[in-house]
Design a protein around this ligand. Structure first.
Ligand SMILES: Cc1cc2nc3c(=O)[nH]c(=O)nc-3n(C[C@H](O)[C@H](O)[C@H](O)COP(=O)(O)OP(=O)(O)OC[C@H]3O[C@@H](n4cnc5c(N)ncnc54)[C@H](O)[C@@H]3O)c2cc1C
Length: 421
């Protein structure tokens, strides 16, 4: 078995370290909520010798190697999420058609139908996102950092919502383990396991919060290059004057490009048939997104980086637009290849885009109408301990077993009651 490791010698350098190398001990195998088949653990390397031929790339290039592998590595997650969503669609279809409540299959109740439509449309979109970003990676012609990050961010967030909706559709059986279902004579459908396995995708390979910052940084990069010196409090006055000239030239060209474009023409993207309207929306929304990014820059200047939820919403809009474009392009391709399935693909892309447009509109509204500032104050007061009273009156969940004796604060009757359990 091989394991990549990073050593410091002449900078950071990447190596393949064989697991049976003398000096390597696995001190602890970690256990997780899901993904129980993986072997992560605490590994100690003590005087382990690695032959020079095991080096990956040049000496000192280790960080570059690690960061480059992140791009393609990240793309495994959209594929995994798309696969998980496909399975969720199948289970949702089967169960909601079979389970009868209040005289009808649950699929015919509006609340459940909405979830099925979300699961199905999102599944097709996640497939399109995974395919498009992998295709661009395979071509090897483009820098795919942003596509990979957007695909990872979006797929992990949406697949989680899909799996959560499936748990809800399965009701109590969604929360029950497959083994328990089998033991009482039912089909062992591991929906709770799917939810547990998917949860980590929002954390590893770059957490959602870090992906937001990484992608936002790219979005504001052009502005920082053009006007960074202007908003830097350390810049001298003479440097600011020079920077003002440079920024004016940049914005004189850039700002008009945000006002008009192909998306305003009512026949634009006509080759996409009924999906053309969504591509026009994508283009117009992209311009609006660029304008909002600019307003954010103007309003907060160098402090913009601290407004992480504002930046996060900008990136979430970008991710929705990316998924809409991918869905339309793939549906159109399917339509060209096979008329019947292509028509269905267009219908589902249309459904997805309509759902995504509602989310985009909400995100635009929440850019400027939100509770971000008072929330930050509440977080500070929470950290200061001012609301510790709100934590009282519960049994401590870290104490295992049914004989829970400790109650943190709260009414004494509650404590007495639980001491007798
Ligand atoms: C099952 C599993 C498998 C893993 N496999 C691997 C692996 O194969 N290789 C590997 O290298 N790593 C692996 N990891 C580690 C994983 O990549 C990290 O756990 C993940 O990147 C988050 O880092 P952290 O745990 O240190 O969280 P922290 O960095 O402590 O973050 C905690 C929280 O704070 C947020 N946060 C942190 N910094 C900021 C910031 N500047 N602004 C806003 N929010 C912020 C995070 O998003 C998160 O919500 C694995 C972890 C798990 C659980």
């Amino acid at each position: 078995m091989y394991r990549p490791a990073i050593y410091t010698a002449g900078g950071i350098t990447a190596f393949v370290v064989e697991a049976d190398t003398a000096g390597i001990t696995v001190e602890q195998r970690n256990e997780f909520m899901g993904l129980r088949g993986i072997e992560n653990g605490v590994t100690r390397l003590y005087q382990a010798r690695v032959p020079a031929e095991n080096r990956i790339g040049a000496e000192g290039d280790g960080l570059k190697v690690a960061l480059a592998t992140l791009n393609t590595g990240r793309l495994s997650l959209p594929a995994m999420c798309a696969g998980a969503a496909k399975w969720c669609t199948e289970i949702a279809r089967q169960w909601s058609g079979e389970r009868v409540q209040w005289g009808r299959p649950i699929a015919e109740h509006d609340a459940v139908a909405g979830k099925i439509a979300f699961i199905t449309a999102t599944t097709v979109a996640l497939g399109s996102v995974a395919e498009l970003s992998s295709l661009v990676a395979d071509q090897g012609r483009h820098d795919i950092r942003i596509e990979a990050a957007l695909a990872k961010l979006y797929s992990s967030e949406l697949a989680w919502l899909v799996a959560d909706d499936l748990v809800q559709i399965r009701g109590g059986r969604g929360y029950e383990t497959a083994d328990s279902l089998v033991a009482r004579g039912e089909r062992g459908v591991p929906v709770e396991r799917m939810l547990r396995d998917l949860r980590i995708t929002r954390i590893f390979e770059g957490s959602t919060e870090i992906m937001h910052l990484f992608i936002a940084r790219e979005a504001v990069d052009a502005h920082l290059t053009a006007a960074g010196a202007l908003i830097d409090p350390e810049t001298t006055v003479s440097r600011k004057v020079r920077a003002a000239g440079q920024a004016s030239r940049f914005y004189a060209r850039w700002l008009p490009s945000l006002v008009t474009g192909r998306g305003q023409h009512p026949r634009a993207y006509a080759e996409f048939g009924p999906l053309a309207t969504h591509l026009r929306f994508v283009e117009l929304a992209s311009r609006r997104l660029a304008r909002q990014t600019f307003y954010g820059m103007m309003r907060w200047q160098a402090r913009l980086e601290h407004h992480q939820r504002f930046l996060g919403r900008l990136v979430d809009i970008e991710a929705e637009l990316f998924a809409m474009s991918a869905s339309c392009v793939r549906a159109q391709q399917m339509h060209s290849n096979d008329l019947q399935q292509g028509r269905d693909a267009r219908d589902l892309a249309d459904r997805f885009c309509r759902q995504a447009r509602v989310r985009v509109q909400e995100l635009f509204e929440r850019l400027w109408t939100n509770t971000d500032a008072p929330d930050r104050a509440t977080a500070r007061r929470t950290l200061d301990g001012r609301y510790e009273w709100a934590e009282q009156g519960i049994l401590d969940p870290s104490i295992a077993g049914p004989c829970i004796a400790e109650v943190r604060g709260g009414p004494s009757e509650l404590a007495d009651q639980h001491r007798t359990v």
